[in-house]
Write a protein that binds this ligand. Structure first.
Ligand SMILES: Cc1cc2nc3c(=O)[nH]c(=O)nc-3n(C[C@H](O)[C@H](O)[C@H](O)COP(=O)(O)O)c2cc1C
Length: 191
C-alpha cells in the first residue's frame, strides 16, 4: 500500500463537557482501523480562545496552516446547535483559506431527532465557498446520547460502522483523485 491518506479530524464542539469527545473518538478509531488513513486531530477547544477571536499568534497560525495544508482530506465531527453548527467550528473554518481548496470534506454528525443533519446541510454551503468537495455519504447519530454507553462504545454499532465504511470509501476516492490532481497542476486561480 502507498502512503497513507492524511485526514484532518476536526472537532465541531468546543463546549465544556461536550459529547463530541465520544463521537470523535469513535470516528478516529474507525478511520484509523481502516488502515488507509493517518489522523491529525484539529480541535477548536485546544485553539480557543484564540480561534474565536482571531488572535492566533503568528506561530500558532502558521502551525495551523501547515497542519491544514498537509491534510489530503477532512472529517468534521459536528453537533447541531439551534438547527445550525457551532460558532467555534465556523471560526476554525474561517481561520484557514487556501488550505481547504480542492480537498474532500466528510461529516459525522450528532444531535436530537435530526442527528445533526441540519448542521451538515448548512456546512455544505460553507464548504462550497471554500472550494472543497463535500462527500454525499455521511454518518449521523440521532439521539446520540442513547446510542453510546458511558465508556463511549456504541450499543449497536452495525449500522454506524456500515455508514462509516461507505463514507470512507468515497472519501478515499476523492482524496486520492484530488491529491493526484493537485500534484499534476496547481488548483486553478480565479481568472
Ligand atoms: C446551544 C444548543 C443548541 C442546541 N440545538 C439543538 C438543535 O437544534 N437540534 C438538536 O438536535 N440538538 C440540539 N442541541 C442538543 C445537542 O445536539 C447536544 O447537546 C449535543 O450533545 C451537543 O454537542 P456537544 O455536547 O458536543 O457540544 C443543542 C445544544 C445546545 C448546547
Amino acid at each position: 500500500m502507498g502512503e497513507k491518506i492524511k485526514v484532518g479530524l476536526i472537532y465541531g464542539s468546543a463546549r465544556k463537557g461536550r459529547f463530541c469527545d465520544k463521537v470523535a473518538a469513535w470516528a478516529a478509531e474507525e478511520i484509523a482501523g481502516s488502515g488507509e488513513f493517518s489522523i491529525d486531530v484539529i480541535d477548536p477547544a485546544v485553539l480557543l480562545p484564540q480561534v474565536l477571536y482571531e488572535a492566533l499568534s503568528p506561530q500558532q497560525q502558521a502551525t495551523l496552516w501547515q497542519r491544514m495544508a498537509a491534510a489530503d482530506a477532512f472529517v468534521v465531527v459536528t453537533p447541531e446547535y439551534n438547527h445550525g453548527y457551532p460558532a467555534a467550528l465556523k471560526s476554525l473554518i474561517d481561520s484557514v483559506g487556501a488550505e481547504w481548496q480542492a480537498k474532500p470534506v466528510a461529516f459525522v454528525s450528532y444531535g436530537g431527532v435530526s442527528g445533526g443533519l441540519r448542521a451538515v446541510e448548512q456546512l455544505r454551503l460553507v464548504f462550497a465557498e471554500l472550494h472543497t468537495v463535500t462527500i454525499r455519504d455521511a454518518v449521523s447519530f440521532a439521539g446520540a446520547w442513547e446510542q453510546f454507553d458511558d465508556a463511549g462504545r456504541l450499543r449497536e454499532p452495525g449500522r454506524a460502522k456500515r455508514s462509516m465504511a461507505t463514507m470512507l470509501a468515497r472519501l478515499r476516492w476523492w482524496a486520492l483523485a484530488l491529491r493526484d490532481a493537485r500534484g499534476a497542476m496547481p488548483y486553478a486561480p480565479a481568472a
